[in-house]
Every structure is written in C-alpha cells, then in structure tokens.
Design a binder for this molecule. Structure first.
Ligand code: 5AD
Ligand code: SF4
Length: 482
C-alpha cells in the first residue's frame, strides 16, 4: 500500500530571504534525545549517507552520521545494503541537482529488494520549494525530507516514518537556534572541519545559499575553541575553520571579537595546521592577513573567490567590490604574506556577460597569479534575482569562454607548481596515493597536492618532501630526512 504523505512544513524562499539583523542568535546546548522505541527499531540496522557539495555539507553529514550511530545504526559502504539511505544534497548548480535525482531514481532498486528500507533527502536542495514539489509528485520512493535547519529532528522523523508508515516532509525556512550539542562522527583522524558560522547575508544575485542556509550566525568563540581543543587532544593535525564568509565571523555577535581574533586564538591552541574557508573579499582586513603571517601554523593559503573581473558584472552580481579593489586586496595580501598561495572561484556566462566583460575576467586572471581555481558556467537558480535577468548569451559562447578561461589559468598553475621543483616542502601525509599504492599522498602548507615516495609509517605526520617534478595540479617528490 502506498504510504500517506504527511507535510509538517514546507520551505518558502521569501521567508528564507527575510533577515532581522537585530534579532540575536539563540544558542541551544541541550543534548538531543533519542527515543528508546527508535533505538529498538534500529537494532541490527544499517545506514548509508551520501554527501554532495561543499564542506558545509560534509560537516552536516558528520552530524547526520553521529545521530544515526547514536540511534544504533551501523555504517555500510553500499547503499543497496542499507536500511536507511540519506542523500545530503547541494543546490548550488543544476548539475549537482541532476546527480541527486539520478541517484534517487537508481535507489528504486533498494526498495524492490528491501521494501522496509527508508530513503531520506536533506541539505540545500530540500530548502527549495520547487524541488520538494518534485519529490512529492515524482519520487514516491523518498520517505523523509528534511532541511539544513532541522538535522537535530532526524530521530523523530525516522521514528514517525517507520511507526506511522508515512512519507514525511519537514523543512524549516527560518534558521532557528544554533545547536551546539549535535553528535558527530568524523571519519578522518588527521584533518577536521569546524564550523565557525552558519548561513550567509551577502545575497549575491546568482546564489541560492543565503536562502538554503539562512541568516549569518556565528558560533561563540569559547564553543569553537572547546571543539578545537578536543581535536588537538585527540591528535588531529589539521583544522579547517568553515563558514560561507569566514571574514564576517563575529559581526552578528557584537562581543568585541572578529575573525582575526579567532584565528589567533585557535592558532595558539597548537594545532599543527590551521586553515579556513571561504573568504569574501569584502570583509577581509589587513589584521586578518597579519594574523596569518604571524602564526606559522596558520597555512599560507587563501581561497579568494573572484567570480568575475568585470565591474559591471560584479555590480550585477552584488559582489560589492570592483576589479581594482580585488587586485589591491591581492597585492596587500601578497605583501603581508609573501609565500601565500591563492585560489579562486570564477563564474562565466553570467546573464548578458559581454565579450568585454569576459576579457576583464581574463585580465584579473593574468595579474592575480592563481595557484588553482574552480571554474563554473553560470547556472540559473530559481528564486534568485539573476534567474530573472535577461540573458542573450548562447550556451555555445559560454562553453567557449569556459574553455578559454581554463587555457588562460593553466600557465599560472603550471608556473607556480614549477617553482617547487628542487625545493623541500612540509607535507601532511594522508595515506597511500589513489593512483599508485606504492606512493604516499598529502598536501603542502600551500595546499599543493603532492605524491611522493616515503615511509608509510609516517601517515598522519608532517614530513619533508623534496619535489622532483611538477604537473598542473600536483607535484611529485620523495621524502627526505632534513
Ligand atoms: N552558477 C554557477 N556557479 C555558482 N556558484 C554559486 N552559485 C552559482 C551559480 N548559480 C559558484 C560560485 C561560488 C561557488 C561555491 O559556486 O563561484 O563561489
Ligand atoms: Fe551546496 Fe552551497 Fe549548500 Fe554547500 S552551501 S551544500 S555548496 S548549495
């Protein structure tokens, strides 16, 4: 018998876009309670979680897994072996969404083999009204739909779906409290992500994230430091501080500290490597650059999204900086942190981007001397202002520009990589190389991927590697004693 659909709450983009910046963030420190009936039901049962998208989703999945383990599920590596499959989704571009629907389709097999199995969808996609409509109508195999703001409600949703034999949708548009005590399960024992803030208030006109992840809310410094301290004690080697715009950290708290202060305090805890992402050029201050330069354990690597080099397109994107301001920021950061490596995000094909606009992007690319870059073709996101803008540029032109952009970026990637040849660099060893089991792999302080011959006993340690060869996206080397 087909399951009944129970709608507890549906997402609403207008509601999600509302910002009351005067309203103080509310913090909850209550532990989540797992109903004992659910613990019984989950005995001997298995889970599989698939994560799409960015590191924010990776951390959310760690929380989802933490909750599932606390309920009593055990982890499996194949979704077809699972009693509950959770797809934690990304909405940032259309192709991310297409992949999820492909997987949901393929999961029909799971239901054929195990009719009691549950399929759940969470993450940024479920925060979009038109996606939830599609799930409701076209994907009856989806039992539970929850969003980015109510991960803590997962036990109740699973229990109700099983006991009442229903499909259930519960997605909140408003962010609600910052919940401090959600269980977490970190698979990686060497590197950890730590959220320092949630949400985004920037509302770049192309971007869905401010709608799917709500208002900018910083965690209190003491809570972040507590989490980082524990990671240091557990022997973690690297922490990456996470937020959509880490440079805006603390602005909503009014407690007299900002991102530069936070960086210093975390660095002082003695974590061997400290990283952070993502930065927004708008909120970067020289004090932040100085903190990075001052502490050797803050890695000299900055991801600084450009998006476009054209002032006109930047204005239409709502980025609030000009090409000259961006380049000045790059000049200052290179002055204060001379060994810094720089990466970026660039979008081509924003509505009505002209050839001249695109040339301006290439101009910045030639000057900024990037070490790496993520490049995207603009993807209209329903509900964002840019999706309503007139766009006369053909898809062919966008693809041509995309290819040209990569061509223009490659020489600086290669030249920057080439500079390492013959040098000895510190590498945090992560494990065997994916391509060659006989080689080890890890990252330099500047975030260069390095494959090298070395001692497998050194996994989890920082070793010196002499670089022998450079490629566009990786370096080759061998471990040395020095
Ligand atoms: N289309 C293409 N790329 C996008 N990004 C965000 N929204 C879109 C969109 N609608 C890119 C930006 C951002 C990165 C995470 O994804 O470059 O920095
Ligand atoms: Fe995807 Fe952006 Fe959401 Fe991360 S924040 S999951 S990249 S849409």
């Amino acid at each position: 018998m087909a399951k009944k659909l129970k709608i507890e709450s549906l997402p609403d983009l207008k509601e999600a876009a509302r910002r009351n910046l005067k309203e103080a963030t509310v913090f909850s420190k209550e532990d989540i309670v797992i109903p004992s009936r659910l613990k019984m039901l989950a005995q001997g049962k298995k889970y599989f979680v698939r994560t799409y998208g960015c590191q924010a989703n990776v951390v959310d999945s760690e929380n989802i897994e933490g909750i599932l383990l606390e309920i009593g599920y055990t982890k499996v590596d194949d979704p077809l072996d699972a009693d509950i499959v959770i797809l934690n989704t990304c909405a940032v571009r259309e192709n991310a969404e297409d992949k999820v629907f492909g997987e949901v389709g393929a999961l029909k097999r799971l239901k054929n083999e195990n009719p009691d199995a549950l399929i759940a969808i969470s993450g940024c996609m479920t925060q979009e009204p038109h996606i939830v409509e599609m799930i409701k109508k076209k994907y009856p195999q989806v039992d539970i739909c929850f969003g980015t703001h109510n991960i803590n409600r997962l036990p109740q949703l699973i229990l109700r779906s099983i006991e009442q034999h229903i499909r259930i949708i519960e997605v909140f548009s408003k962010e609600g409290e910052v919940i401090e005590h959600i269980p977490t399960h970190r698979e990686d024992r060497i590197k950890a992500f730590v959220n320092i803030m949630y949400g985004c208030n920037k509302f770049c006109t192309y971007c869905i994230v401010p709608y799917t992840r709500g208002k900018e809310r910083s965690r209190k410094m003491e809570d972040i430091l507590d989490e980082c301290k524990k990671l240091v004690e557990e022997g973690y080697m690297e922490i990456t501080l996470l937020g959509q715009n880490v440079n805006a950290y603390g602005q909503d708290l009014n407690l007299g500290y900002d991102f530069a202060d936070l960086l210093e305090e975390v660095a002082k805890l003695g974590i061997p490597r400290l990283r952070f992402t993502t930065s927004h050029p708008w909120n970067f201050t020289d004090d932040m650059f100085k903190a990075i330069a001052k502490y050797p354990n803050i890695m000299p690597y900055i991801h600084l999204p450009l998006q476009s080099g054209s002032d006109e397109i930047l204005r239409k994107m709502g980025r609030r900086y000009t090409q000259a301001e961006y380049l000045d920021l790059v000049r200052r950061l290179r002055e204060i942190i001379p060994n810094v490596a720089l990466s970026t995000d660039i979008i081509v094909g924003f509505p009505n981007e002209s050839d001249e606009d695109f040339e301006e992007t290439l101009k910045v690319v030639r000057q900024a001397n990037y070490d790496s870059a993520f490049t995207f073709i603009y993807s209209p996101r329903e509900g964002t202002p840019a999706a309503k803008m007139e766009d006369k540029i053909s898809m062919d032109t966008k693809h041509e520009r995309f290819n040209r952009l990569i061509k223009e970026l490659t020489p600086s990637f290669e030249a920057n990589a080439q500079k390492y040849v013959g040098k000895i660099v510190p590498v945090l060893v992560e494990g065997a190389s994916k391509k060659d089991e006989g080689m080890l792999t890890g990252y330099s302080d500047t975030n260069k991927l390095i494959n090298f011959k070395g001692d497998p006993k050194h996994v989890g340690k920082i070793v010196n590697v002499k670089i022998t060869e450079s490629h566009t996206f990786s370096l080759l080397g061998e471990e040395v004693d020095e």
